[in-house]
Design a binder for this molecule. Structure first.
Ligand code: SF4
Length: 477
């Protein structure tokens, strides 16, 4: 079918030309059409598209004046735009990021998401529009503050959770939550949380309170530090220093949400928790392997070094993400209340790894190994051996996971120092890409259709891949 003739008009002419025989369109729509047709020709190689009469009409209209021609030329040039070179001068990199490099784990993870994103955000210091993200974070902050206050009451022995009944614990959590609501930093909620939202929050809070209560009543670990910050100007604890292969160092600062200890003879078992209100709450081998998930292992190394400095003999007992805002899967049929509650409790179990040593495990839950744990699930078989699916690591495996992660830190810090900032977002699944939540799409000019080869494609990994790679790396050093 032959495309019909079009008349392209500026916005002011659109009304007066509406009776014209030719198809009348706004100039902005016409420009979009040109770009789409040229892009189609470029990607499909179908040159016939270029012979369309409507394309010629539109192009003629744009070429009629200098202003319009300029608009057309710029739109067409965009089709052939190349990505930034991906390298800046080393001296400039030092000026932008600082020398020595002082950074956080979150920032290093951003580099793994996309080096260019790191450059724009932390080098050029472009502030993303965080309004939507800030709104989403408000509920998480409110729950985070509530959990901090609760754990602190227990730590300071103002209220011992192990002396409360389950229902008393939930009542206490609701009281602390109500107090937190009145604080100025949670002003957004002061007009009241009502209806379904209030009911949802109440359910989350109840599940979190039960998880805290179970940790205290079933186990022997005691909270030692809450929101333990290191490396910031007012912190007692210094930054964590990682030596780089080029003789330089990187200084890492951060904050451990909770550190628990269990003294067992001359061994100090320790476990760390990171409270999560976002969607990523699982310790994931693929994300660890590609540097997207460094936090728990770096924090584990920081805590281990700090405890050793205090003269203790620390051994990692576990590292967990603790969900604060997590919806269980929606069932296809309505569930009985007790089933729904059990699902919710399960959704709020800490997610992470334990030390395979039976002493470390039974001190987390005295029901283990004899029975199933409400907190950690079914870890043991009937014969007392650990299940294949049990998320446990031996001491060697903990060491390998930490070493591997510190090597990822070294790689990223070295790349930063060398000024390497390629536009190279990761892609793991169609809905899991570096660009998915990036606020800098307008800055990098990355076009998924045009720049497919720039993607860093992640392939699925298992923890054994991390252990093997770690062993290889240590042998090659
Ligand atoms: S939009 Fe994608 S390619 Fe561009 S900076 Fe962000 S993550 Fe990188």
């Amino acid at each position: 079918m032959q495309p019909q003739r079009v008349a392209t008009v500026g916005e002011e002419e659109l009304q007066s030309r509406s009776g014209d025989d030719a198809l009348v369109m706004r100039s902005s729509v016409a420009l979009d059409l040109v770009v789409q047709l040229l892009s189609q020709a470029k990607h499909s190689g179908d040159q016939a598209v270029l012979a369309r009469a409507d394309l010629a009409d539109i192009a003629a209209w744009f070429r009629a004046t200098e202003d319009r021609k300029d608009r057309l030329d710029r739109a067409v040039a965009g089709l052939y735009h190349g990505l930034p070179t991906g390298v800046i001068d080393r001296a400039l990199a030092r000026r932008l990021y600082g020398a020595p490099l002082v950074t956080s784990v979150h920032r290093l993870e951003t580099y793994a998401v996309c080096p260019y994103q790191y450059f724009v955000r932390f080098g050029l210091r472009v502030e993303p529009d965080m309004q939507r993200a800030a709104q989403a974070a408000e509920v998480g902050n409110l729950l985070h503050d509530t959990v901090f206050e609760l754990a602190d009451l227990h730590r300071r022995q103002v209220v011992r959770f192990d002396r409360l009944s389950r229902s008393d614990m939930i009542e206490l959590a609701e009281r602390v939550f109500a107090e937190k609501l009145l604080e100025s930093r949670h002003m957004a909620f002061q007009s009241g949380i009502r209806g379904a939202r209030a009911e949802d929050l109440r359910n989350y809070l109840q599940a979190i309170a039960e998880a805290l209560w179970l940790q205290a009543t079933s186990g022997s670990y005691e909270p030692c530090q809450l929101e333990w910050s290191f490396g910031m100007p007012d912190d007692e604890a210094p930054a964590f220093v990682v030596d780089l292969p080029n003789g330089e160092q990187v200084f890492i600062r951060g904050r451990v949400d909770r550190l628990d200890l269990y003294e067992d003879g001359d061994t100090t078992w320790f476990r760390i928790f990171d409270y999560k209100s976002g969607s990523s709450y699982k310790l994931d081998a693929t994300r660890m392997f590609y540097g997207l998930q460094l936090q728990l292992m770096v924090y584990l190394a920081v805590v281990q070094a700090s405890l050793a400095e205090q003269g203790k003999r620390p051994r990692p007992a576990g590292a967990f993400y603790m969900p604060l805002l997590r919806l269980p899967g929606i069932s296809e049929v309505p569930q009985a209340d007790d089933v729904a509650q059990a699902e919710l409790r399960k959704a709020y179990r800490p997610e992470g790894y334990l030390n395979a040593d039976a002493r470390a495990i039974s001190a987390m839950d005295r029901n283990l190994p004899g029975a199933k744990s409400e907190l950690f699930g079914d870890l043991y078989k009937k014969d007392g051996a650990l299940r294949q699916t049990a998320k446990v690591w031996t001491d060697d495996e903990w060491d390998a996971a930490v070493d591997f992660t510190l090597n990822s830190v070294r790689d990223i810090a070295t790349q930063l120092g060398e000024g390497n900032i390629p536009v190279r977002p990761y892609v793991y699944a169609h809905n899991d890409r570096g660009c998915t939540h990036c606020a800098f799409k307008a800055v990098c000019h990355f076009e998924p259709m045009d720049h497919t080869s720039a993607y860093r494609v992640l392939t699925s990994k298992r923890f054994t891949d991390i252990v093997h790679r770690s062993v290889e790396e240590s042998e090659s050093r």
